[in-house]
Design a protein around this ligand. Structure first.
Ligand code: T4K
Length: 397
């Protein structure tokens, strides 16, 4: 135990291992595209690469429309406005803060609903209870790429006449019941941020089968312009640049490779971590398409003696930069914490899960050797949990 870096030993990794290391794809091809962009001097505003990227994504998802944007948050803000959400919208709190902010930014109240502890996604039984006369919609989040119960949510939305959107930031390349995520609800949003397994540096997209909605979103992301000097709608600047689209097209060509590395890592981690008592390994449905981009462990402090946060401290000292996604839950962050200080009482599962889960590094920078080493540290920490806890408490009283 004294060999652990947290107690002064040498870190097991000399370089930091990150969650969210970007995948690049074929560099030569990417640079060719960049050169072409520079040669043609067409840098943004629905250029050739943006158009091609939109076509490819729509084809891959099997939807009529893909509108790419400068990032996932702006994409979410625009689609929220385009479908006419106002008043209150039901969302999980167990998500990245952008899901809630995209609503509050336009003075729509995010009403946080608890999650199902097995899926970490909106608990449909509780969604219904959160509906009030001010509710106009539901935004489901396919957390860590695992699909929401889209049938149950669609049924509630239909019956209660609510709009249904999905934040699919984590679920690019995933399917549910054989149908690609991106094709559910009124529309779905993808994030292509650098930390996603598929990235366009910064970027995002709205995908939908609704022609009218797609046309409105296209206007809204380009200041409402319907041709030179002709503004016909309120809009903002949500455009994706050509270099981002070139990165996206290049990444799409290597998508299978990125996924197969993540899948290999997932299997390795599963084999190594499944049998350790007191840590529960989050599994994916391998019969579906899945991007396997998040490796998630749930830590049971009662069983192993150390908390999730103490395990994270041990891992960080070893240069394994595990992340506490999405602690402490949106409802415990500002401005929501001040607006609704007692929301936690309605979110017992969110509160519990947000204190237990940890994301481990994966992607192309991680291989079987690294995973075996990570497992050694986790096993050591778990087997000596009580002693480690004591020593950590002495270290940071
Ligand atoms: N909805 C959901 C459910 C989301 O998860 C997100 C974004 C959104 C909406 C909004 O979409 P965007 O507007 O972002 O397109 C990161 C990302 O910034 C964020 O995009 C992402 N979710 C969230 C899950 O993770 P942080 O604060 O954890 O990122 P950061 O900067 O700490 O980076 C994580 C690790 O990645 C670092 O340890 C180092 C590594 N990294 C990062 C960057 C940017 C690199 O190696 N290279 C890089 O270029 O939020």
């Amino acid at each position: 135990m004294s060999s652990l870096a947290v107690f002064g030993g040498e870190p097991i990794f000399s370089e930091k291992l990150h969650v969210g290391r970007p995948n690049i794809g074929n560099r030569q091809k990417l640079l060719e595209r960049f050169n072409d962009i520079l040669d043609r001097r067409w840098l943004t505003n629905a250029g050739k690469y943006v158009q091609e990227f939109e076509r490819r994504v729509a084809e891959m998802i099997g939807v009529r429309h893909c509108i790419v944007m400068c990032n996932g948050t702006v994409a979410l803000e625009i689609v929220i406005r385009a479908v006419g959400l106002k008043g209150e919208v039901i969302v999980p709190s167990m998500t990245f803060i952008a899901t809630a902010h995209a609503l509050q930014w336009q003075e729509i109240t995010p009403v946080f609903c608890d999650i199902d502890p097995k899926t970490y996604n909106l608990d449909q039984k509780r969604v219904e209870k959160m509906i009030t006369p001010r509710t106009t919609g539901i935004i489901g989040v396919h957390l860590f790429g695992r699909p929401c119960d889209t049938e149950a949510l669609a049924e509630i939305a239909r019956r209660r006449k609510l709009k249904l959107l999905y934040d699919a930031a984590h679920a690019f390349g995933c399917s549910y019941q054989g149908r690609m995520i991106g094709s559910f609800g009124d529309a779905e949003m993808f994030s292509f941020h650098a930390t996603k397994f598929f990235n366009t540096f910064e970027g995002g997209a709205i995908v939908t089968n609704n022609d009218e909605l797609a046309a409105k979103i296209r206007l809204m992301k380009n200041f409402g312009f319907a041709g030179y000097d002709n503004v016909i709608y309120i809009g903002t600047n949500g455009k994706m640049s050509e270099v981002s689209a070139a990165m996206g097209l290049t990444g799409l060509e290597s998508l299978d490779e990125f996924i197969s590395v993540n899948h290999r890592n997932y299997r390795e981690y599963k084999r190594e971590l499944e049998s350790i008592p007191g840590v529960q390994f989050m599994t994916y449905d391998e019969t579906e398409k899945c991007n396997y981009q998040y490796i998630i462990l749930e830590v049971d402090e009662q069983t192993i003696g150390i908390s999730r946060d103490q395990l994270v401290e041990v891992l960080h000292a070893e240069n394994i930069l595990a992340r506490r996604y999405f602690y402490p839950g949106c409802h415990n962050m500002e401005p929501y914490r001040s607006y609704f200080p007692h929301t936690g009482l309605l979110l017992p599962e969110t509160e519990r899960i947000a204190k237990r889960v940890v994301a481990l590094p994966t992607g192309t920078a991680v291989g079987p050797e690294e995973i075996t080493a990570i497992r050694q540290i986790i096993r050591l920490a778990v087997e000596n949990g009580h002693q480690i806890r004591e020593r950590l408490l002495q270290k940071n009283p």
